[in-house]
Design a protein. Structure first.
Length: 183
């Protein structure tokens, strides 16, 4: 967990998740616009200690075990406020997830964060494929995958905080990533 790199983009700093991030997550995360297309395992209404329990009992142990990699997305600058989170998972069919507080939507921050995290997945971890599930109704998330050159490879039933929706699985291979990033 201590060796997870801080990642930098032109406008962002992605810092490895720490227990101290829980209060900021608790403040930003429990918004309907943020959680509605997340897996129904996310409790709703979000409990007062939801972020602390998630970070302490789930995310940090998975990072320590080398199964997950979590970063807080921060704006570059003196205060570096947290604006969201992005994660990688060593799970078949579910390799990346993210959320961004609504006040920062539509500014290209998630595309920027995905680029550097995808590079970590394919270049640092040398993974052969990235699969990303998303609710069919989550058009903004779909646009991120389309922009990255991912392909829609599967559909299935899914259950989200907001109810049942079809899940789309988007995929990119390491070869695709390297061709796009070097080309």
């Amino acid at each position: 967990m201590d060796c997870l790199a801080t990642l930098y983009t032109e406008r962002l700093v992605l810092t490895p998740l720490q227990l101290e991030d829980a209060p900021a997550i608790q403040q930003l995360f429990p918004q309907w616009e943020v959680v509605r297309y997340l897996d129904r395992r996310v409790p709703w209404p979000y409990p007062q200690d939801g972020a602390l329990v998630y970070v302490r009992d789930m995310a940090l142990p998975a990072m320590a075990a080398g199964r997950e990699w979590h970063w807080m997305i921060r704006l570059r600058g003196a205060e570096q406020p947290i604006i969201g989170s992005i994660s990688l998972y060593d799970q078949p069919g579910n390799n990346r997830g993210f959320w961004l507080a609504p006040q920062w939507w539509g500014q290209g921050y998630m595309r920027e964060a995905c680029r550097v995290v995808n590079a970590y997945w394919f270049e640092t971890l040398s993974r052969p494929v990235m699969q990303v599930p998303k609710a069919v109704a989550n058009h903004a998330s779909r646009k991120v995958s389309e922009h990255e050159g991912m392909r829609l490879v599967d559909r299935r039933d899914g259950h989200f905080v907001s109810g049942p929706f079809e899940v789309e699985i988007w995929e990119m291979t390491r070869r695709d990533w390297l061709a796009r990033s070097l080309g």
